[in-house]
Design a protein around this ligand. Sequence first.
Ligand code: ACM
Length: 462
Amino acid sequence: MPGFATLLPRPVSVTEAPGSCAWPAPVAVRAGPDLPAEGYRLAITPGRITLSAADPAGEHHGRQTLRQLAGPDAFRAASLHGGLVLPCGVVEDHPKLRWRGCLLDVARHFRTKAEVLRFVDLLAAHKLNVLNLHLTDDQVWRIEVPQFPKLTSVGGWRRSSMVGRHDGPERDGRPHGGFYTTADLREIVAYATERAVTVVPEIDLPGHARAAIAAYPELGPDPAAGWEVWTAWGISTALLDPSESTVDFFRAVFDHVLDVFPSPVIGLGGDEVPGATEAHGRLLRTIAEHLTDRGRTPLGWDEVLDTGPLPPMVIGVWRDGAHGVRAAELGHDVILCPEDRLYLDHRQSDHPDEPIPVGYRRTLEDVYRYEPDLAGPRLRGVQAQLWSEHMDSVRRVDYAAFPRLCAFAEVAWSSGPRDFAEFLPRLREHHLPRLDALGVEYRPLDGPHPWQTRPGVPGRPR
Ligand code: ACM
């Protein structure tokens, strides 16, 4: 019979009792006003399961815990057999951090709506609660904006892509495209809400905006230059022209975004702006104020701290931790997503068969050992990042994300000290079978399956 020691992320407290309870079984749900936000208390006896929850998210998390206790087959899409049992006892649990996020870059490589819905399920199974959806970049624009149809008819695809990471002119010659309609996005938001996941959209400006410039050249630095949706990876030097008409354009874009996404936090990018001027900073500030005036909090990457006075924001600190301290001192909330620790597109080992090895080597253990280097009320939480230049399929996303995202879930949720030697067997013996049952094509602990390698495709390790 499965036991409480198998749970992932690890709960705050567990009291075991003799006996077991057949599963599935009716669950009596009660309000739990004594519990912290997102908290739950599960009392399992041979004849009865009572789930007390602080809020709908707490109820959701309690149900995920029940599913884990029932064993891996409880994660299959249909039940295979009866005879599942739960151990008896009491679990009391609540998260350590209130923002437990994962960024999914659907701009560089598109993920279909069905794939995004599946990813929401996987986040929810790990009690992660924010999907930061990176919708626009130099290499494609993915959100339909009815007022500006060329954003998706022109900006929604590119004619070719760089294969792996290199400086040469070679491309694959294969068109790549796709975008989400308004109805698709409303569906994703509703589905995520039912699973206690908030979808935080990101529209990146004033850099990483070349797809928008390709669609509407008057938004760019030189409208006659013939900018096309970029076929390379990297940082394009084509920035938005910080004119009043560009500001008006993006006010209208964000008004649409606000209509589709109820999230209290809305991403506006602000990262990697080569040659940024004071006017680019003003563009960013004006859009930030536009969001604030409409009751939302802008989320920007830590470079925005250099643009001058800003309204209260959430700052995604991806470079060094000093930016987190600075953001907090300036009165902003902070999400820690350090590139050298939590970028899951980076290679997982020095194994010679690691597919398209880019970035820092970040093992499962490195992720598990990550400790936020900021404390206090300004720390909202932590976020893992899945940039997708080198993830051209959902199978590649599975490989990059799992099982490192399982380790990240414990960093974000579990209180108290963590011990990798305790985590690893729990993951191997109890949690990987759950991922197998879910159909997740994770990276095996000792290296990729032959079909997960990409022989001959260059990476760029650091
Ligand atoms: C980032 O990695 N440019 C936020």
